[in-house]
Design a protein around this ligand. Structure first.
Ligand code: BGC
Length: 714
């Protein structure tokens, strides 16, 4: 859609929403305010509000046919169209984890990912994707970090906006979620996330703000937790004051599934109750179906607010265009597979390499592949984002317990076995497999081989935080024993978070593959052999251990489900690398870090200052193979304080000997501080220190610039 056309729909959307809403009966208005969940293995009863011809999915809201208002058919989301038992046999492209996508530092790929999910959603009739997970990675134990993007507001916002634009381009509404601070899963329904409100604006809320400005998602999904004492779904300060007030957001606000405890959330800004049957199960009744109508009948809910709720939903329908679908675009599942492959290739991060990699496709080495179910497939994270890939899972191992989300918790293996791929990519090598059951057995295989590749995995997902940073099932001991037996040991991590690496000094190479999606095995084999030159950069800091993080102990961990828990995000806006800089901690692997098989040189940094900071530098590939570099621009000091902040980045692909001039312009709010007293962003006048860097701890070129003071607004 051209910009002009988009603009027309946007203004038309407001007018049409008003016009249609005026013609509605109150019953029709209320019907738009509640979504019900489809029948699945988790909720086996089919809700009678869902018509027989509607495919089962996470949410259904009836339309108003006489007024041309389509029903809303909602599906998860960010990593592909999910199907947790709703539609037997329906499979979809399973993309790599959000962290892998962010590690590409490539917004064009994020957009392509959005287009994949948007097209596949549309082909099934789903017109709302519950995508756009953008909670910052504040804690390396958070079970859902793999679904999100990064610890940095700019990187997260850039990638989320690109992917939301990719979805909405297909005339499918995308959410952005979970607003805000659902940064831990432990007792998330009883969690109070406490934070200084100005620091919140400079961190998680800044990520939401920038992403919303750049992509206009049709809906915002609130979080399960409380924020500063008020449940996110009924948080007047967050929804009415910040989102709809300061930012002027015009779409609608929906709750998370089973997170609406009271009709009064409508007064605090919530427009739609989601997964209403779960509210009925958990909180003794649906909040919007009965009580909201009663509140309207006796005047506690005004007509004006009711109309506003409805108009917001209609507005997003019309602005995104779900009411004017033509024929569904053709589906090219092989093209989608290639996008999944490309994200995995670019998202894999080479953390360490003492020289064993790349193996080279001509290698005749004897290679021991050990552990991680590498003979079967690659791991996917679990929860509402898990996608059934074409052909189904390679295997599913239920893990279960504790707590009500135990049904979600399984080891899902996607059918892209690294072992098979390695055999294809190393046709002359002698490859044997050992399951990695015990250190003693693995060592026997490692001793026989020239090179040992140990695959290690972790089951992480929704509803659970990791108790610590260790690898389960004795895998740390397997690596330690193998690395002691074979100096050419490569460790490949399929995890949804950083892990501790007590064996890191003895491993020759370490590869972070995340949850790499349905083509993950191929991408891993290509990176190990050197068919693909790794270019991923860490979107999250890898600590040496939990003592380096803001919360060595996680409040509420191990408490029974239903125990009220408070997490004080005392790091405020100093999330991830900013916390490490503030504390003077040296991480194991820094934000932005990632190695490759070539080398790059940066030179001739020129920084100019006007309304913001603009930096340019020359990047040259000084090695002997093509590769991609990700120069990163950081603020390192502001007039009155040392302050580290990513200001921008650019991924550049270069042939050997090729060089290119790269220009990065800083988003001005990243140079400013949020001033709660004044209700806006304030840029201090004075000297700003800027660094062009290869990671948050590795500045290459530095400069200073003078900026005039300015109030930047809300
Ligand atoms: C998750 C949401 C998801 C919803 C619908 C909830 O459990 O927190 O992210 O969109 O379920 O499946």
């Amino acid at each position: 859609m051209s910009n002009r056309a988009a603009l027309r729909y946007d203004t038309d959307a407001d007018a049409r929403a008003r016009e249609i809403e005026t013609q509605m009966t109150d019953d029709e208005r209320f019907s738009l305010l509640v979504s019900v969940m489809g029948a699945s293995e988790m909720l086996p009863v089919r809700d009678e509000r869902i018509p027989a011809d509607v495919p089962m999915s996470a949410g259904y809201v009836p339309g108003v046919a006489r007024l041309g208002v389509p029903a809303l058919l909602m599906s998860d989301a960010g990593l592909g169209v999910t199907n947790p038992g709703y539609r037997p046999g329906d499979t979809a492209t399973a993309l790599p984890a959000g962290l892998a996508l962010a590690a590409t530092f490539d917004p064009a790929l994020a957009r392509a990912a959005g287009e994949v999910v948007g097209t596949e959603a549309r082909s099934r009739g789903f017109n709302v994707l519950l995508a756009g997970g953008i909670n910052l990675a504040r804690d390396p134990r958070n079970g859902r970090n793999f679904e999100y993007l990064s610890e940095d507001p700019l990187l997260s916002a850039t990638m989320a906006a690109a992917s939301i634009n990719g979805i909405q381009q297909q005339q499918v509404i995308s959410t952005i979620k979970h607003y805000s601070l659902n940064c831990n899963e432990t007792n998330r329904h009883w969690l109070d996330a406490v934070i200084d409100p100005d620091a919140h604006r400079e961190s998680d809320l800044l990520a939401f703000q920038i992403a919303i400005e750049r992509s206009q998602p049709g809906a915002v999904m609130t979080a399960y937790n409380k924020v500063n004492g008020e449940y996110a779904g009924g948080n007047d300060a967050l929804i009415n004051t910040v989102l709809k007030g300061a930012w002027g957001y015009r779409g609608w606000v929906m709750s998370d599934w089973g997170a609406t405890r009271s009709w009064e959330y409508a007064l605090k800004g919530l427009d739609q109750e989601s997964g209403a049957q779960i509210d009925a199960l958990l909180w003794q009744g649906e909040a919007f179906s009965g009580p909201l109508r009663a509140a309207y009948a006796d005047g506690r809910l005004s007509r004006e607010r009711l109309s506003d709720m409805v108009r917001r939903i209609l507005r997003s329908m019309f602005a995104v265009g779900i009411d004017r679908w033509g024929a569904a675009p053709a589906l090219d599942m092989s093209a989608h597979h290639r996008i999944a492959l490309q994200i995995a290739r670019q998202g894999i991060v080479l953390l360490k390499n003492d020289g064993v990699l790349p193996l080279g496709t001509e290698s005749e080495a004897h290679v021991a592949v050990i552990g991680g179910y590498a003979q079967l497939g690659v791991v996917a994270g679990c929860g509402s984002s898990t996608v059934v890939p074409p052909g189904g899972y390679a295997d599913v191992l239920p893990i279960g317990e504790p707590g009500p989300l135990s049904g979600f918790r399984s080891l899902y293996l996607l059918p892209s076995p690294p072992l098979t791929e390695l055999r294809q990519h190393l046709p002359h090598a002698r490859i044997e497999f050992d399951p990695g059951l015990s250190p003693a057995e693995a060592v026997l295989a490692a001793r026989r081989a020239d090179i040992a590749i140990v695959f290690v995995i972790r089951v992480e997902g929704e509803g659970f935080d990791n108790a610590d940073l260790s690898l389960p099932w004795g895998q740390d001991s397997v690596i330690a024993a193998v690395a002691a037996a074979n100096p050419n040991t490569v460790v490949v991590l399929e995890t949804g978070n950083p892990v501790a690496m007590p064996w890191r000094d003895s491993a020759n190479a370490i590869v972070q593959a995340w949850y790499p999606g349905q083509a993950g095995g191929q991408a891993i084999a290509e990176v190990l052999t050197g068919t693909v030159n790794p270019s991923g950069r860490l979107p999250i800091t890898f600590p040496v251990d939990l003592r380096q993080t803001p919360r060595p102990g996680l409040p509420g961990l191990g408490a029974p489900w239903g125990t009220p828990t408070t997490i004080c995000y005392r790091e405020g806006a100093d999330v991830g690398y900013r916390w490490f800089a503030r504390q003077g901690h040296v991480p194991m692997f820094a934000f932005g870090h990632g190695l490759c098989y070539t080398s790059f040189e940066h030179r001739d940094l020129v920084v100019s200052a006007g309304d913001t900071v603009t930096a340019s530098c020359t990047v040259m590939n000084t090695g002997d193979r093509a590769g991609a570099d990700v120069p990163q621009l950081y603020l390192t000091a502001a007039p009155s304080e040392k302050r580290l902040r990513l200001l921008g980045f650019e991924r550049v692909e270069l042939e050997p000997g090729e060089s290119r001039r790269v220009t990065i312009e800083a988003e001005p709010r990243l140079l400013a501080r949020y001033d709660g007293g004044a209700g806006g962003w304030r840029l201090e006048p004075g000297t700003y220190s800027i660094a062009l860097a290869t990671s948050a701890t590795a500045p290459q070129l530095v400069a200073e610039v003078q900026l005039g003071g300015r109030f930047l607004g809300r």
